[in-house]
Ligand binder design. Structure first.
Ligand code: ZN
Length: 140
């Protein structure tokens, strides 16, 4: 899934776990990343302009996390959950420049049931997750 999807869903998870320790929140955020990677989705990593897509995706995720803390004053547990949930995808950056090293994160390993589907349903799925996460952050 896109980095921004992991960042928003992680922040939503963090909003649900505010009474827990940062370590516990981080572990749940990593588990959430793996669960979301199972859901059929579409990635831009095979597009010609994947470097631009990746830069925009990662840039939006970082911007969302910075704004969430600096402008909206969300708790650190929420920010940590968003950042930790997004972090595993940074090991995929080499894909953008045509390299493909062995992956460390479980849901990026070849044996993991990584979900994929056509662009339209894949984008709609990810958009729905971002919107649901955003609504959860706003109304929780
Ligand atoms: Zn991933």
């Amino acid at each position: 899934m896109w980095v921004i999807v992991h960042a928003f869903s992680g922040m939503a998870l963090g909003a649900l776990l505010t009474t827990r320790s940062l370590w516990e929140i981080a572990i749940w955020a990593l588990l959430l990343h793996m669960v979301l990677d199972i859901i059929p989705h579409w990635d831009y990593t095979r597009l010609v302009r994947r470097v631009r897509w990746g830069a925009a995706d990662a840039g939006l995720a970082v911007t969302a996390l910075v704004l969430a803390r600096a402008v909206f004053g969300l708790e650190w547990g929420i920010i940590v959950a968003g950042a930790v949930s997004a972090m595993p995808d940074f090991e995929l950056l080499d894909t953008l420049v045509g390299l493909k090293r062995p992956r460390l994160f479980p849901s990026h390993r070849p044996w993991f049931p990584h979900g994929s589907c056509a662009p339209l349903p894949g984008v709609i799925t990810q958009g729905a997750i971002v919107i649901a996460s955003f609504l959860l952050l706003v109304f929780l």
